[in-house]
Structure formats: C-alpha cells, structure tokens
Design a protein around this ligand. Structure first.
Ligand SMILES: [Zn+2]
Length: 426
C-alpha cells in the first residue's frame, strides 16, 4: 500500500508503539510495523504521537487585543467585561479577522487543531460574528472552528441581545451561548437558561452557557441547565462553562447537584488559567481558588474537559495557545497528582474536549481525520510536565508545522555536552 505520509515508531498515549499510515486526509492504518511507500516519512521514534489538542472554550473575537484601548487595572472579571465594552465600538472587521488568523497560526504551532470559540452577539453590527464566520471557512482545511453565539452583556440585560443572538444563529453560528449569572437578577438568569435551551432544542443545536462564573455560592444556574437539558432531550449536547460558584457552594447542596448533572449528561468546562487568576478577588485570607469541583465531578462520571478561555485580552494578560499549559494549571489547582489523574488531564485536553465539541472525525483510529501531533516527550505525563515541544503537526493529512528538538548545549567540565529534561521513567 502507498501512503501520503507514514509516521514511524511513535509511542501512542496508551503506550503502544506503532506506525501510522495516512492517505487522502485520513488515517488508513495503525500497526506495529507498516511496510509501504510513502510521499513523506516522519521519524517519531521515542516520541509521543497524539491526536491533536482541542480547546472547548475560547474567545477568539477578543484574543490578542491586550492593551487596546488600555489594560485591565484591577484584574477583575467585571472590569474585563467593561473594558471589552470600551473596545467593541473600536473593532473593525479586518482587525478582528487578522488577530483571529494570527491566533490560529499560534494554535497550529501548538498542535491545537479544534477550537470552540464564543463570539459576542451584543453588537447590532454583528461585526465579530461576520469576521469569525469568514475565519472559520478560511481555516477549515486545518482547524475545526466551532462558533458559539454569546450574548456577553446578558440576553435580557442588553436590549437587543436576544434578537442579535438569533440573527447570529441564522447566519450559521453553531452553538447557543449565554451568561445567566450576568443578568440583572437570579430570576432573569434562570429564565435565560430556559429560553436558550429551548432555542437550542428547536434548532437541533448544542448549547454551552457561561454558568455561575462567580464566587457566589447561591449562583446555581447549572442546576437549571441540568434540568432543562433533561426536559428538552439535550443530553450529551449541553455544556456548562466555568461553574466556579460550585467551589463555594454548601457541600450538602453539591451532593444533590452532581448526580443531577451526571443524569442530564451535561459536560463541564473549567478554565483553570483564567479562574485561578479571576476568582477569590473579593476575599482576604483564606482566599478561595474558585475552581469548580473537578475530581468530585469525575467521580460521578461527569464529562469534564479543560478550556483555555483567553489569550492576551481584556481578561487575561498571558497565554500562548498551549493546551498543555491549561492541563498543567488544571492538574495543580484540582490537585490531580496521581499518575492516573495526570494521564487523565492529558486525555481531557485531547479526547474529552473533542467529545464535548461533538467532533466525529477526531481521534487516533483508522478512518478518522489524519490530524496528529508529535511531541518531544515519552508519554502523556511527561508531555504535561515539560509542556513538551510540538515537533511535527499534521492536519487533515498535511504537515502544517515542524520544529527541531531544542536540547540545550552545556559547557560544564565533567558533565555531558547537552541536556534535555526528558525522564523516561515517568
Ligand atoms: Zn469564557
């Protein structure tokens, strides 16, 4: 058999060593040793070969805008929202599109090949929606971009948000979004969850709500989301993002809530980089972490992914499109330190996030899209520890990024001439 690309000798996340044969943009074979012709051979001996990274929670309309028109002085979520409000009238179609395309280049270099991005629909021009719909088309051959219609200023709190959100869905935006904790009252927030889930059910779409992104233990919109998901038959198609208030909720209440989320098959997307930065800001000491209860949800069989949320925007002043940074921070804040848990964190930023996005052609398996990443690491735990270099990235059957190994040359008498920090025993 002849292949377009043959990836030789890589170690898969489950520990198997295998060759991967690619033709026509698909994975045609995964076997211990594949003999055959190939247009291009990638030597992955000793390196980890994984399905690509997936980010299920991002804001691509705001990314790379850090400092425009000013930086977030307090670092608070609410100042970030206010700052985004100052930036919005200054946005141009060209600038949003060009920053988004720049970010997609970063993503490719990091092996991040599927992204769910929220796009603000509180703008009568729907400028960012138009720009990101164009970006989605332009990157389709190498990135799966999924758009969420996101009424940032509140579905009811902003006078035209609801009609603009519907318009955005009519224009082809994929997923229904919302922000119940930002509505004027708890009751309005609850009503918005019902409304948005009904819109999703009527249109046969997925729904992904920013849910309870606060330290207020009484912010319980996730409960309503679980209820509506069940009532409307949206099981497996609904997600609650952030859910930070769960950190502060009463333990008895959580013992009732988690089985409801599991029963409704609602996915949860914590965003550890952003929430460890934003939450607990009204506390003195002890200061809450504001991370939702990840290990507890995993124990209940709830699907939990890790999202990135922001890179260089009004809410977050750092970020590099690296889902291993996200897994690394999540692992620490959630104290997921056992070998199984650390491997699980790698799985969350790959396979689990892909399941949340409903990506049917994703995965290292015969017949799936030939998208993969070769990492300078021996296994998933080492990849997280090193935030390993992406040596080669293949997207839908084409090599889209490459870099050399970066071992450091040492000049110390009596010591080796070079060092890299891999440690095969891990
Ligand atoms: Zn967000």
């Amino acid at each position: 058999m002849s292949f377009d690309i043959l990836v030789k000798g890589g170690t898969l996340p489950d520990g198997r060593v295998a060759d991967i044969g690619i033709a026509g943009g698909k994975i045609m074979a995964i076997e211990p040793s594949i003999m055959g012709e190939a247009g291009e051979t990638i030597d992955a001996s000793g390196d980890l070969v994984s399905a690509p990274f997936v980010d299920p929670h991002f804001h691509m309309d705001a990314t790379l805008s850090y400092g425009i028109p000013r930086i977030n002085a307090s670092g608070l979520l609410l100042e970030g929202i206010a700052l985004w409000g100052e930036l919005k009238p200054l946005l141009t179609h060209e600038a949003v599109k060009s920053r988004a395309l720049d970010y997609c280049d970063w993503a490719v270099s990091m092996g991040l090949l599927a992204i769910r991005t929220h796009v603000d629909t509180c703008d009568d021009r729907l400028l960012a929606v138009e720009a990101l719909l164009e970006v989605k088309k332009e990157v389709a051959s190498y990135i799966d971009l999924q758009l969420v219609a996101f009424p940032q200023d509140g579905l009811y709190r902003d006078p035209t948000a609801r009609q603009n959100t519907i318009r955005a869905l009519d224009m082809g935006v994929d997923v229904v979004g919302g922000i119940p904790h930002f509505e004027r009252t708890m009751a309005d927030g609850t009503r918005s969850v019902t409304d948005l889930c009904e819109i999703a059910a009527e249109r046969g779409l997925m729904v992904d709500l920013h849910c309870d992104e606060s330290d207020d233990p009484h912010s319980r919109h996730i409960e309503q989301l679980a209820y509506e998901t069940q009532r409307l038959g949206l099981q497996g198609r609904a997600a609650g993002s952030h859910c930070t208030s769960m950190h502060s909720m009463d333990n008895y209440y959580v013992s009732k809530l988690l089985p409801l989320i599991a029963e409704a098959d609602v996915s949860i997307i914590p965003n550890p980089l952003i929430n460890i930065m934003l939450q607990g800001r009204h506390d003195s000491y002890p200061k809450r972490r504001g991370m939702t209860r990840v290990p507890e949800m995993l124990k209940h069989g709830i699907r939990v992914g890790w999202g990135q949320d922001c890179v260089l925007d009004p809410w977050y002043s750092l970020g590099t499109a690296d889902m291993l940074d996200v897994a690394f921070m999540g692992l620490h804040v959630a104290q997921m330190s056992s070998p199984d848990d650390m491997r699980r964190c790698f799985d969350m930023v790959t396979n689990v996030n892909a399941a949340i996005m409903g990506l049917e052609n994703y995965g290292l398996a015969v017949g799936k899209d030939a998208s993969l990443v070769v990492l300078d690491a021996g296994n998933p735990i080492e990849a997280v520890r090193l935030r390993a270099e992406r040596l080669c990235v293949v997207a839908k059957g084409k090599v889209v990024a490459r870099r050399e190994k970066r071992d450091t040359a040492l000049s110390i008498p009596g010591r080796p001439a070079g060092v890299n920090r891999r440690h095969e025993a891990s």
